[in-house]
Design a protein around this ligand. Structure first.
Ligand SMILES: NC(=O)c1ccc[n+]([C@@H]2O[C@H](COP(=O)([O-])OP(=O)(O)OC[C@H]3O[C@@H](n4cnc5c(N)ncnc54)[C@H](O)[C@@H]3O)[C@@H](O)[C@H]2O)c1
Length: 286
């Protein structure tokens, strides 16, 4: 059944937010407007402060929010601060574009379709220090699932060119396509984010989403940080770090992921970068 009914184009925030179940927030300025970081931030966080209360008052009670506008993690946090009655679980930001870029670079390197690669993680902020972690990623070739690291076998490339490419690909797209910038791949990533959030992620597969930190992996609490999540029945949950659990009376099992020293170092850097960005954003609102 085709659920699409109509498009309403409006510059009235109340009309735009009325009864919406899914809000994809793309309003704002981008670097192509020639703004420096502080000016861009100041303009965009003010937009998010203003729109937060409109969304809180007029959107559907269960509205799922995806913030795309940069600085995406921080705008999402500002939106939450100024819309306190929207549940934390309902406010997210887009890091799926970085996730998709990382998948495609790996697929290109191994020469397989992107759909054969899974479980890359983007940690941190949708900005300079976002960190693509391939330690748990796998590629399936002829029905055989193997670690990406093993298939690539070029540790130097993974630790250098690959990381830099993921971190800089968005701005490279902006430079190369000028006015069109990364809009199409960004739109496609936003669809992926909402699709998986609403319909769920397949068993054994996770995706990257900017979500409220509960302190998992030692990431500071109460910031919006990119984690690996799985989604089920319209809800996301963070895939947890390796720990020992009691599964039967006297039987213990190790579940979750292990984090290596390099990833831990990059995660700390990404979280620090994000906390500095949040302080700068809050100073713009004072
Ligand atoms: N998170 C990501 O992965 C990702 C990827 C690409 C772009 N982005 C960001 O998304 C944002 C949008 O990018 P774009 O290329 O579509 O920019 P754009 O300039 O083409 O579109 C932004 C739109 O927002 C509108 N706008 C400006 N102020 C507004 C306000 N106060 N209320 C309502 N609308 C307003 C503008 O008129 C414009 O139409 C930028 O901040 C960009 O950096 C994020």
């Amino acid at each position: 059944m085709n659920m699409f009914q109509q498009v309403v184009a409006t510059n009235d925030n109340v009309e735009a937010c009325k009864d919406v179940n899914i809000a994809i927030m793309i309003a704002g300025h981008s670097r192509k407007d020639g703004l420096d970081t502080k000016d861009l931030m100041s303009k965009n966080v003010s937009i998010y402060k203003d729109v937060a209360s409109v969304l809180e008052q007029h959107a559907a009670a269960d509205c799922k929010v995806l913030v795309v506008t940069n600085p995406a993690n921080t705008n999402a946090l500002i939106l939450k601060d100024f819309a306190p009655s929207i549940p934390e679980k309902n406010i997210t930001c887009l890091t799926r574009l970085d996730h998709n870029i990382a998948l495609s670079l790996i697929a290109e390197k191994i020469k397989v379709p992107v759909s054969d690669v899974k479980n890359i993680i983007i940690w941190g902020n949708h900005y300079l220090h976002r960190y693509p972690d391939i330690n748990h990623a796998t590629v399936t070739i002829k029905n055989e699932e193997k670690p990406v690291k093993e298939r690539i076998g070029d540790d130097h490339w993974l630790k250098t060119e690959f990381i830099t490419n993921v971190q800089q690909r968005g701005s490279a797209l902006n430079r190369s396509q000028k006015a069109k910038n990364s809009a199409l791949s960004c739109a496609s990533a936003a669809c992926d984010h909402i699709h998986d959030w609403v319909y769920g992620t397949p068993k054994g597969k996770w995706v990257s989403m900017g979500v409220y930190s509960d302190g998992s992996y030692g990431i500071p609490k109460d910031i919006i940080h990119s984690f690996l999540v799985k989604c089920e029945k319209g809800k996301w949950s963070i895939v947890q770090e390796k720990k020992c659990i009691q599964c039967l009376e006297l039987i213990y099992a190790m579940v979750g992921l292990t984090i290596d020293a390099l990833t831990r170092e990059k995660m700390v850097l990404a979280a620090k970068d994000l906390q500095e960005e949040i302080s700068m954003a809050k100073s713009c609102l004072d």
